[in-house]
Design a protein around this ligand. Structure first.
Ligand code: C5P
Length: 211
C-alpha cells in the first residue's frame, strides 16, 4: 500500500512529571520490533525563550499549557501524519530555552507522542488514535523527578523542591490530572505494568494489520 493510502498511527502517552511516560513509550517501542516507530516528545516544543533574561526564564511556569508552542507541535505532527519530514526543535533544560540546532526527522509508521499536556489541546487529541494516561502517585513521581533533575538537568535539590511545591504540584492538579478523562486507557504504575503494555501493543498491531 502506498503512503498516499494510509497514515501513521499516533499514540499519545501522557501523565504527570515522573509518572513513567517514557518507560511506557519505550516498552511499546520494544514490543513492536518489526515496525518503524518515532518517539516524539512534547518537551521539544517548549517555547523559545532566547529573548528573555536567564532570571526570567527561571521564573517561567513550565507546567502551564501556554509554556508550549502547540501551534508548531500540531503543525509538525500533521506533517508527520502526511508522511512529510520535519525539522524538530531541540530544547535545552539547563539554559531553559530552545537550542540553535534542529533535528531532521523522517516520518515513521507509528508515532508515540509523549508529554505532560498533550491531551489538554483538542487539536492534538483529534490527531491521536490511542490516548494513554500513566497514573502514578505523587510521592513516587517527586522522588523520580529529584533523581532525574539532579542527574540530567543540572538542578539543585532545593530548587527542585521549591519548583515542585509552588508550580509543578498545583499545575498538575489544575491542568494535567483533569486530562485523564480524555484517555482511552489509564495505566497504573507505568512501565512496570506489562499487562497494559501487552494490551496496547496488541491493539497497535491490529490497527497496523488492518490498514
Ligand atoms: O519529562 P517530564 O514530563 O518530567 O518534563 C516536564 C517537566 O519539565 C515539567 O514538569 C516542567 O516543570 C519541567 N521543566 C523544567 N524546566 C524547564 C522546562 C521544563 O523544570 N526549563
Amino acid at each position: 500500500m502506498s503512503h498516499a493510502e494510509k497514515r501513521p498511527i499516533v499514540i499519545g502517552v501522557t501523565g504527570g512529571s515522573g509518572s513513567g511516560k517514557t518507560s511506557v513509550s519505550r516498552s511499546i517501542l520494544n514490543s513492536l520490533p518489526n515496525h518503524s516507530i518515532l518517539l516524539f516528545e512534547q518537551d521539544s516544543y517548549y517555547r523559545d525563550q532566547s529573548h528573555l533574561s536567564f532570571e526570567d526564564r527561571l521564573n517561567t511556569n513550565y507546567d502551564h499549557p501556554l509554556a508550549f508552542d502547540t501551534d508548531l507541535l500540531t503543525e509538525h505532527l500533521q506533517q508527520l501524519i502526511n508522511y512529510q519530514a520535519i525539522d524538530k526543535p531541540v530544547y535545552d533544560y539547563e539554559s531553559h530555552t530552545r537550542s540553535q540546532e534542529v533535528i531532521h526527522q523522517e516520518p515513521k509508521e507509528v508515532i508515540i507522542l509523549e508529554g505532560i499536556l498533550i491531551l489538554e489541546d483538542e487539536r492534538l487529541r483529534d490527531l491521536m488514535d490511542i490516548k494513554v494516561y500513566v497514573d502514578t502517585e505523587d510521592d513516587i513521581r517527586i522522588v523520580r523527578r529529584i533523581k532525574r533533575d539532579m542527574e540530567e538537568r543540572g538542578r539543585t535539590l532545593s530548587s527542585i523542591i521549591d519548583q515542585y511545591l509552588t508550580v509543578v504540584k498545583p499545575m498538575h492538579h489544575q491542568f494535567i490530572e483533569p486530562t485523564k478523562k480524555y484517555a482511552d486507557i489509564i495505566v497504573p504504575e507505568g512501565g512496570e505494568n506489562q499487562v497494559a503494555i501487552d494490551l496496547l501493543t496488541t491493539k497497535v498491531r491490529s490497527i497496523l494489520e488492518n490498514k
